[in-house]
Design a protein around this ligand. Structure first.
Ligand code: TGC
Length: 400
C-alpha cells in the first residue's frame, strides 16, 4: 500500500481540514461520534476493504462490532439504541462511507430502514422482539420494497399479502430485488399490497417460502450484499403486520431516514477521493515537477474542494433542521441529489488526477466511483429527486 493511499483513505488530510473548519460547528458529543466512527473505519474496514471488494465478501463479523460501537439504529431511542442526534448519525455515515459505501449501506439498511420501520410502526411486542438484537448487531434486518420491474414507483408493486378467512394468517406472494443483506438477514420488513392498501410485514427469513439470492454480477458495492427475494406462499400469523404503517407514507418515511444518511455518506466517499488526489498531486512528478504545482491540477482540486465543503455544509444544515423536527422530504431530495452527484464528479476528477493508477485498487478512487453509481441509483435516482423538487416548485406532478 502506498503512502498516498494510506493518507488518502484514513481521513481528511490536514490540508482539507485547514481550509474549512467544519469541526468548529460541531458539539463535543458530535465530535466524539465522528472520532469513534473514523477510528472504527480506519482500524476495521480500511485494512480489509480492497480484498473484500475484489472477492465480493461481506465480512459479517463486523456487524456485532458496529453494534457494540452504538452505530446501529443510533438515531433511535430505547430498545438498546443510542438516542444520538441527527448530525451525529450523519457524521458516522460520513466516516463509514469514507471507507466504503457498502458498509455505510449496511448501517443504513439496518438502522434507517429496517429498525426505523419497526421502531416507528411496530407494536410494542414487535419492538421488544427485534430491536435490542438489531441494535447490538446480533440480528440483521433488511427492507424489501423494490421489485424487479424497478424501484422508482413503489405504488405499482405487485407483491400481495392476502388474509386467510379462518386462521387470520397472512399469505405473501411476489418478488423483490436489490434488497440489501437479505441473504444474511434474520428478519425482512416486506411491503405488500393488501385489500387495505400497502402494508408492512415482519417476515422471519426462516419462514418457509422465503428465499433470498445474492445478485452475483455486481461491479459495485461488492463488499456488501444485495439480493433477489422470492415470496412463495409465505404464511405469517396475523400479528406479523406492522400495525401503524398505512399506505406508502410508511416506507417513504423510512427512505427519508436512509436518504439523510446518504447526504452525509456520499461526502465521505468524496473526501476520500479528494484526499487521494491531493496526496498524489503533491508527489507525482511529470515534466520535472509535481503535478500539484501545475495550474490545471490546482484548478481541479479547488473545484473539488468547493463542492465537498458545500456538500458538507448542506448536510449539516439539513441535520440541524432534522434535529428541530423541521426537515422536509423536498429538502432531503436537495441533499441526496447534490451529495451523490457531486461526490461522483469529485471521484471522477480524482481518478483523472491519479492517471492510470486511478483505475487500480492501489487507490480507493475507482472503488468509490463504482460504489457511488449504486448510491446514485438507490433511495431515489437523480431523476426521481429532480421530479420531487420539480413538483415542490411548480405544484405539478410530472412523474408519469
Ligand atoms: P405520492 O402520492 O407522492 O405519496 C404517496 C403517499 O406517501 C407520502 N409521501 C411521503 N411520506 C414521507 N416521506 C416522503 N418522502 C414521502 N413522499 C410521499 C405522501 O404524502 C402520500 O401520503 P398519503 O398519506 O397521502 O397517502 O406517491 P407517488 O407514488 O406519486 O410518489 C412519487 C415518488 C416518485 C416521489 C415516490 O414514488 C418515490 O419516492 N419514488 C422513489 C422510491 C425509491 O426511492 N425507491 C428506491 C428504494 S431503495 C430500495 O428499495 C433498496 S433499500 C436499500 C437496500 O436494501 O440496499
Amino acid at each position: 500500500m502506498t503512502d498516498e493511499r494510506q493518507g488518502g483513505a484514513c481521513g481528511p488530510t490536514p490540508l482539507v481540514d485547514e481550509v474549512f473548519d467544519i469541526e468548529a460547528l460541531l458539539s463535543d458529543d458530535e465530535l466524539a461520534w465522528q472520532l469513534k466512527a473514523r477510528e472504527f473505519a480506519t482500524r476495521r474496514i480500511l485494512p480489509i476493504i480492497e480484498d473484500d471488494f475484489e472477492n465480493k465478501h461481506f465480512r459479517q463479523e463486523l456487524v456485532a462490532e458496529l453494534g457494540a460501537a452504538g452505530f446501529l439504529g443510533m438515531h433511535l431511542t430505547g430498545y438498546g439504541c443510542a438516542g444520538a442526534g441527527a448530525v451525529a448519525y450523519g457524521l458516522v455515515c460520513q466516516e463509514i462511507e469514507a471507507a466504503d459505501s457498502g458498509w455505510r449501506t449496511f448501517v443504513s439498511v439496518q438502522g434507517s430502514l429496517a429498525m426505523t420501520a419497526i421502531h416507528k410502526f411496530g407494536s410494542e411486542e414487535q419492538r421488544q422482539r427485534w430491536l435490542p438484537g438489531m441494535a447490538a448487531g446480533a440480528l440483521i434486518g433488511c427492507f424489501a420494497l423494490t421489485e424487479p420491474t424497478g424501484g422508482s414507483d413503489p405504488a405499482g408493486m405487485s407483491t400481495t399479502a392476502t388474509r386467510e378467512g379462518l386462521s387470520g394468517d397472512w399469505v405473501l406472494d411476489g418478488s423483490k430485488r436489490w434488497i440489501g443483506m437479505a441473504s444474511v438477514a434474520d428478519v425482512a420488513v416486506v411491503w405488500a399490497q393488501t385489500d387495505d392498501g400497502v402494508r408492512g410485514f415482519l417476515v422471519p427469513t426462516s419462514t418457509p417460502g422465503f428465499t433470498a439470492t445474492p445478485i452475483d454480477t455486481k461491479l459495485s458495492m461488492r463488499a456488501s450484499i444485495q439480493c433477489d427475494i422470492r415470496l412463495d406462499g409465505v404464511r405469517l400469523p396475523a400479528d406479523a403486520m406492522l400495525p401503524d404503517a398505512r399506505g406508502l407514507s410508511g416506507p417513504f418515511s423510512c427512505l427519508n431516514e436512509a436518504r439523510f444518511g446518504i447526504v452525509w455518506g456520499a461526502m465521505g466517499a468524496a473526501r476520500s477521493c479528494l484526499d487521494a488526489a491531493i496526496g498524489r498531486a503533491r508527489t507525482r512528478e511529470v515534466f520535472g515537477k509535481p503535478i500539484g504545482a501545475t495550474q490545471l491540477i490546482q484548478a481541479k482540486l479547488a473545484d473539488m474542494l468547493v463542492e465537498y465543503e458545500k456538500g458538507v455544509l448542506l448536510a449539516l444544515h439539513l441535520g440541524r433542521l432534522k434535529q428541530r423536527g423541521a426537515l422536509t422530504p423536498a429538502q432531503i431530495s436537495v441533499g441526496k441529489l447534490n451529495s451523490v452527484r457531486e461526490a461522483l464528479r469529485i471521484a471522477s476528477e480524482a481518478r483523472s488526477i491519479l492517471g492510470g493508477d486511478g483505475v487500480t485498487s492501489e487507490f480507493p478512487v475507482m472503488r468509490h466511483l463504482a460504489n457511488l453509481e449504486s448510491v446514485r441509483t438507490y433511495e431515489g435516482t437523480d431523476e426521481i429527486h429532480q421530479l420531487v423538487l420539480g413538483r415542490a416548485l411548480t405544484g405539478l406532478s410530472a412523474f408519469a
